[in-house]
Design a protein around this ligand. Structure first.
Ligand SMILES: CC/C=C\CC(=O)SCCNC(=O)CCNC(=O)[C@H](O)C(C)(C)COP(=O)(O)OP(=O)(O)OC[C@H]1O[C@@H](n2cnc3c(N)ncnc32)[C@H](O)[C@@H]1OP(=O)(O)O
Length: 312
């Protein structure tokens, strides 16, 4: 769901509400798009703030929906929502508390300004799910940060703390106080100001010397570390698209790459690991012992069982 309210007379505050991490489920996507359209058509609304309900901004696309076509299709695609956010004729400010990860950061990148709490963190961790940032993140982030910093974040998937994000230019402001209140005050101060330059889809990537050599080298380094994983290499290809293609062509390349990755065995296995790791953390023995409270026994013998081999 997305909660919609008007504050200070002219600011529409859209709050993503899907605990515990405010993932972008079909219901959230429907609510977000409806809220953006309502804000766009209401003449009393002059600016918009997007935040997460009760703490975290957004943990990204709802991973539980991946591989489930009927869930995915029961809400608009993230790309469509983010295009409407970026195209809005009123300033949109992301108010980031907790974390903005994956599709959550991609949403923030579609906003015209980004405010963060000093303890917030941001990142594009899709690579660890065998994917790439497939809702415009691979095209907007390099246009904001430049190719080197964006490629590092996208290929490693690392979480970046608010202070570093501010230095990189990923956040416009960081506050120790109430992020939504600060974002509302700022949104009012930029009402009516031009937005063209704030739309990352309108900006070219900052120029890079020896672009072919840079990406050749990046591809070799990433291939060396990837140990057969396809996603890190696709990330490099997508960022190269951002550096060399107009925005819409880059988006088309990103779409092709993410569609291929999404159905791959590597992505399915990575999703399985994601949920299994969390399930294992909850597991207890009948006596109440948990993995993190009991002592590990020494391993004296190891064996592989149930190995699967295929012959071509
Ligand atoms: C076209 C492609 C476009 C976009 C792609 C994406 O956005 S892919 C998703 C990218 N986001 C991520 O990879 C973030 C994954 N989540 C995390 O790293 C952590 O969960 C997080 C957000 C840092 C919070 O960590 P914390 O330790 O506080 O909680 P925990 O990991 O135990 O998670 C709590 C429960 O939430 C479930 N969950 C987390 N993230 C998602 C998600 N994105 N979608 C769906 N569900 C998510 C997690 O499974 C836990 O639930 P449980 O029932 O307890 O297993």
């Amino acid at each position: 769901m997305a909660q919609y309210r008007i504050v200070s007379g002219s600011v529409a505050v859209i709050s993503i509400q899907n605990p515990p991490v405010n993932a972008l489920s079909a219901a959230v996507r429907n609510g977000l798009l409806l809220s953006v359209r309502t804000a766009s058509s209401d003449p009393l609304v002059r600016s918009v703030v997007i935040s997460g309900h009760n703490g975290p901004f957004c943990g990204g696309a709802d991973i539980k929906e991946f591989g489930n076509v009927s869930h995915l299709e029961s809400g608009p695609h993230l790309v469509e929502i983010f295009e409407s956010v970026e195209a809005l004729a009123k300033p949109v400010v992301a108010a980031i508390e907790g974390f903005a990860l994956g599709g959550g950061l991609e949403l923030a990148l579609a906003c015209h300004y980004r405010f963060g709490h000093s303890e917030a963190r941001v990142g594009l961790p899709e690579v660890s799910l065998g994917l790439l940032p497939g809702a415009g993140g691979s095209q907007r982030l390099p246009r904001l940060l430049g190719v080197r910093a964006a490629l590092d974040m996208i290929v490693t998937g690392r979480h970046v703390a608010a202070g570093e994000a501010l230095n990189l230019g990923l956040l416009d402001r960081v506050t120790d106080g109430n992020t939504v209140d600060a974002a509302v005050r700022f949104a009012q101060s930029v009402e009516g100001k031009p937005l063209d330059d704030r739309r990352l889809g309108n900006r070219p990537c900052p120029p890079l010397e020896n672009i072919d050599a840079f990406f050749e080298d990046a591809l070799n380094r990433v291939r060396g570390r990837a140990r057969g994983a396809a996603a890190p290499l696709a990330c490099v290809q997508a960022v190269r698209g951002a550096a060399t293609l107009p925005f819409l062509q880059g988006m088309a390349l990103e779409k092709r790459l993410v569609e291929t990755l999404m159905t791959s065995g590597q992505a399915q296995a990575s999703r399985y690991c994601f949920f299994t790791e969390r399930g294992a953390a909850r597991w207890t023995t009948p006596t109440g012992a948990r993995w993190d409270t009991c002592r590990a026994r020494p391993i004296s013998t190891a064996a592989v069982i149930g190995i699967y081999a295929s012959c071509i």
